[in-house]
Design a protein around this ligand. Structure first.
Ligand code: UD1
Length: 415
């Protein structure tokens, strides 16, 4: 278990070029199984979640090469439809494989997925979506058996715009005869990116980015070269890190529209933000102001930035309120922030944060974004902090310490 030792109080300043988004790369890797021809992905981050996904694809018979941010996958020899149990437990995205395995093999056996412990994270919407396409699903002994021999296009009505369920249904529908319509689909940019990737392989998907997605089944897909969209959550995390240190940051390769809700709250906190094409500039204020945040599915404020904003709110002059609407148990970082002196009151899904000063302490990451929040807090805290369980952070940030150190932070990784 690695630990970050962080010396607080160093002002961040400089430029970072963003890599592809974890949450775009993972479903795209799953979708690569839908073609027997080679797929090449550019500008991919080196993350634990990505290597787990590649290991899953490998056990299904795919081969891959990974070099300098490029991943080449060849699924021509894929033959397995049974998801490896141990790996799927480590990674929630393994559930996205259900749709693509079904698309390719018309049957799939998967275990219940793992991932961060940030709530119940049931998969009922994934299963009901696939059932609407004619998949017969039985669950027994912790396994899910899917029979897609009668799979065809269908009308899918999601009770909640789940990102994963939308992606799963899209992948299952691409090679199914007839038209599929997904109502109340998730509108996240990563869904739009998955649509573009599938279409680059010869699929017929449209509507992604809106609440209704149309998928016209095709006979087969072909290989392609694709660059997943940049990581808006890494962007937001670095913005928060710069903001708490009174610093300034230039981000390159951003899609400002994807960051609208985050930018809005950064401005509420007093940051000056300007965008110019694919570049974004942030300048922190002398004193951070409190924020009011309510997480929502896109285009609302992303739950994946909630913890980082809580760390920022701990340093603001005044009282902030954060409501977490997407996951029911996503304030694990609060108890650790309190060890650094934060004044946070939590009642169910609402957190009230009285801003002030933080002091260095020894804390533990409990989940990916919560871990990033602790790093942000430590950057602004007085003295030295140690953030444990860095493995959580590595799931979604490629060598975060190097990125931040290049901006002027002082972070040491202890193994
Ligand atoms: C994805 C993202 C994750 C992000 C989340 C919300 C990936 C790999 N992960 O996760 O980083 O935090 O979107 O933006 O892209 N739900 C159900 N039943 C289901 C599915 C979901 O009740 O079958 C609930 C969940 O418990 C949660 C809410 O719906 O409360 C949102 O989940 P969902 O959008 O599915 O998130 P993920 O796809 O798991």
């Amino acid at each position: 278990m690695d630990v970050f030792r962080i010396m607080g109080g160093n002002r961040l300043s400089g430029t970072v070029r963003l890599s592809g988004a974890k949450n775009a790369v993972l479903p795209i890797l799953a979708a690569a199984l839908l073609t027997g021809e080679p797929v090449v992905l550019k500008n991919c981050p080196r993350l634990k979640d990505v290597s787990n996904m590649l290991a899953i694809l490998q056990t299904l018979g795919c081969t891959y090469r990974q070099k300098d941010g490029e991943i080449a996958i060849d699924a021509s020899c894929a033959q397995g439809w049974e998801m490896p149990g141990e790996l799927s437990k480590q990674l929630r995205s393994s559930i996205f494989m259900m749709g693509s395995i079904l698309g390719r093999f018309r049957r799939a056996t998967v275990t219940y997925p793992g991932g961060c412990e940030i709530g119940l994270r049931p998969i009922d919407l994934h299963l009901s979506g696939l059932r609407a396409l004619g998949v017969k699903i039985t669950e027994a002994h912790g396994m899910i058996y899917c029979d897609g021999s009668d799979m065809r296009g269908g009308e899918v009505q999601l009770d909640f715009p789940s990102v994963g369920a939308t992606e799963n249904v899209m992948m299952a529908a691409v090679l199914s005869k007839g038209q599929t319509v997904i109502h109340n689909a998730a509108r996240e940019p990563e869904i739009w990116d998955l649509q573009n990737f599938i279409n680059a392989m010869g699929g017929k998907v449209n509507g992604a980015g809106s609440s209704t997605i149309f998928i016209e089944g095709v006979e087969q897909l072909h290989g392609t070269v694709y660059s997943p969209l940049p990581d808006r959550i890494v962007a937001g995390t670095l913005m928060a890190a710069a903001a708490v240190t009174g610093g300034e940051l230039e981000l390159d390769n951003v899609r400002p529209g994807d960051l609208a809700a985050v930018n809005d709250k950064m401005r509420q906190a007093g940051c000056a933000i300007e965008t110019q094409g694919a570049r974004l500039f942030l300048r922190a204020p002398k004193e951070l102001q409190p924020v009011r945040i309510s997480t929502q599915p896109f285009p609302g404020f992303p739950t994946d930035m909630q913890a980082q904003m809580m760390a920022m709110a701990c340093l603001a002059q005044g009282t902030s309120v954060i409501v977490e609407n997407v996951f029911e148990n996503r304030f694990a970082q609060a108890s650790q922030l309190r060890r650094m002196g934060a004044d946070i009151l939590i009642n169910d899904r609402t957190a009230v944060i009285h801003g002030g000063k933080l002091t260095g302490a020894s804390v533990m990451s409990r989940d990916l974004r919560g871990g990033a929040a602790l790093v942000i807090a430590a950057l602004a805290a007085e003295g030295v902090s140690e953030v444990g369980n860095v493995e959580f952070i590595d799931r979604g940030y490629e060598a975060l310490e190097n990125t931040l150190n290049a901006l002027g932070a002082r972070i040491q990784r202890l193994s």
